[in-house]
Design a protein around this ligand. Structure first.
Ligand code: CTP
Length: 475
């Protein structure tokens, strides 16, 4: 970081235009926030650029737009006092420097015009308060009143003002602190952690959508467990995702223990993060065991059981998504399905892997069979190297079998080779129970391997089934 000269951050020609526009209307302006942070971290030059103007931010945006070679629209958000200028690949957001004071029950502050320093004071973290001057006489100067640069170098999340004030003013920042700690592998300053713990209940005034947005970002990080540990430690997790904290703890009865399913879950999530970027598959890993808390029982003969936890868990997914205002669409159904099926390949691999078991797995999982296998592989967290190897080998065999069976039998998106309409015609039936019975028998025979997944075999089989039901074929 030391070798980086802040002026390198503002080499894009767009900054020349902003400098010129600021001079034209006589305001000072600075690029600030995530753009500066990510540049200094060598995370590249982000395409979202925040510019703060000491004075008229909206007017500056309009002046910038007039200087663009091509006609450009300015989107003004009067309520927020901000304006956006978009080019094909950059989004510029302009805001007037402000001083903010907050009321108790709301994230929405009372806003007054302020100096650059006022504006930096109101920001969430020292590493997000760094500003680079875009003014002719001080072009490229880094304005760093809170030693944000040092915090960037040392990997520390710290608030510019008293942490209690910063988090209480805008409780979303508690999630942001934990999210940045996870994304950047930074440490949250102890004072901040304590303040988050004290203010945790204020998260309730934040919209669910914003909370979920941060959860997505935590889950999308390289090591999501960093964030979930911090959420647990500060007490936020119990408020946001009590289904997860309920998995915590090890109970022992009559010398029998079960594993701590919370810590196991975090291992599974970190494992799956090495295998996929799909955030919904990562959600599936996070939630795959939530049914274990309500289904836990102790049986004198067999010890701890979690019978039906997959089914209960998949029902809980719906409630959880609904409560957090997450989409109740095919993404949710995907997570539900993976939770519901999360033990299937494990059970299957414990025995000799038969073709019919694999056909049923493919039939039930459909297009998600590969994702399901990825989840099951991530679920292997045993510390016994022999077992670890054995389970992985078993799943390798299952995966091979899936490919073989699918190539031969095509049951992935199973379409019955003989349709219901055809059955009706052949036996001269009106819509009735018998059609369902015959169709089901054909499907079962194919999955069991009694007949092949082909029209001719299914047709003959259908005739036999009809006969058994006392039906007569009419052609
Ligand atoms: N900010 C803040 N408090 C918030 C949100 C944002 O003080 N609750 C300030 C920070 O200075 C932040 C800037 O506004 O850097 C821009 O916010 P945003 O675009 O949401 O985040 P970035 O920091 O740019 O990071 P990311 O894009 O990863 O969310």
């Amino acid at each position: 970081m030391r070798e980086i000269n802040p002026i390198e951050a503002i080499q894009d020609p767009i900054f020349k235009i902003i400098t010129q526009a600021a001079q034209n209307i006589g305001v000072d302006c600075y690029v600030i926030g995530g753009f500066v942070r990510d540049f200094l971290l060598k995370r590249g030059t982000p395409k979202d650029i925040d510019v703060v103007a000491v004075g008229r931010g909206i007017e500056l945006a309009q002046e910038v737009a007039t200087l663009f070679p091509q006609k450009t629209k300015v989107q003004v958000f009067k309520n927020y006092g901000t304006a956006m200028v978009k080019t094909s690949d950059i989004e510029l957001e302009f805001v007037g420097a402000r001083r903010e004071s907050y009321r108790k029950n709301s994230r929405n502050p009372i806003v007054e015009d302020g100096t650059l320093q006022d504006d930096q004071n109101r920001r969430d973290f020292t590493i997000n308060a760094l500003a680079i001057s875009l003014n002719k006489d001080s072009l490229g100067f880094l304005l760093d009143p809170f030693n944000g640069l040092q915090d960037l170098e040392e990997g520390i999340i710290r608030t510019p003002l008293d942490a209690d004030i910063t988090y209480s003013d805008d409780p979303l920042r508690m999630m942001r602190a934990i999210r940045f700690a996870t994304q950047l592998n930074f440490t949250i300053e102890e004072k901040s952690l304590q303040a988050i713990t004290r203010n945790k209940d204020r998260i309730k005034i934040i919209s669910k959508e914003r909370i979920v947005d941060e959860l997505h970002k935590i889950l999308s990080s390289k090591t999501p467990s960093i964030g979930f540990k911090l959420l647990l430690q500060t007490g936020l997790l119990k408020i946001i995702l009590p289904e997860l904290t309920a998995l915590q703890g090890i109970e022992e009865k009559e010398g029998q223990k079960h594993k701590d399913n919370f810590w196991h879950t975090l291992e599974v999530v970190d494992n799956i993060a090495t295998a996929t970027d799909d955030v919904w598959l990562r959600w599936s890993a996070l939630l795959h065991d939530i049914g274990k808390a309500p289904t836990k029982r102790f049986d004198k003969k067999i010890g701890w059981t979690f019978h039906g936890h997959e089914f209960v868990g998949s029902k809980m997914v719906y409630k959880l998504f609904k409560r957090l205002h997450m989409p109740l669409n095919d993404k949710m159904k995907f997570v539900q399905k993976l939770v519901l099926m999360s033990s299937r390949p494990i059970v299957l691999a414990q025995d000799i892997v038969t073709d019919s078991a694999v056909r049923r797995l493919i039939f039930d999982a459909g297009d998600h069979v590969d994702d399901l296998m990825t989840l099951c592989e991530a679920d292997i967290t045993t510390k016994n190297p022999k077992k670890f190897q054995k389970y992985h080998n078993n799943f390798k065999i299952v995966r091979q079998k899936i490919v073989e069976v699918e190539e031969r039998d095509h049951v992935r998106n199973f379409q019955p080779p003989v349709s219901g309409e055809e059955i009706m015609k052949i036996f001269n039936l009106k819509p009735s129970r018998e059609i369902g019975i015959i169709k089901d028998a054909i499907k079962e025979a194919i999955l069991e391997g009694e007949i092949s997944n082909e029209y001719e075999a299914a047709y003959q089989f259908m005739l036999e089934q009809g006969k058994k039901l006392g039906l007569k074929a009419v052609k």
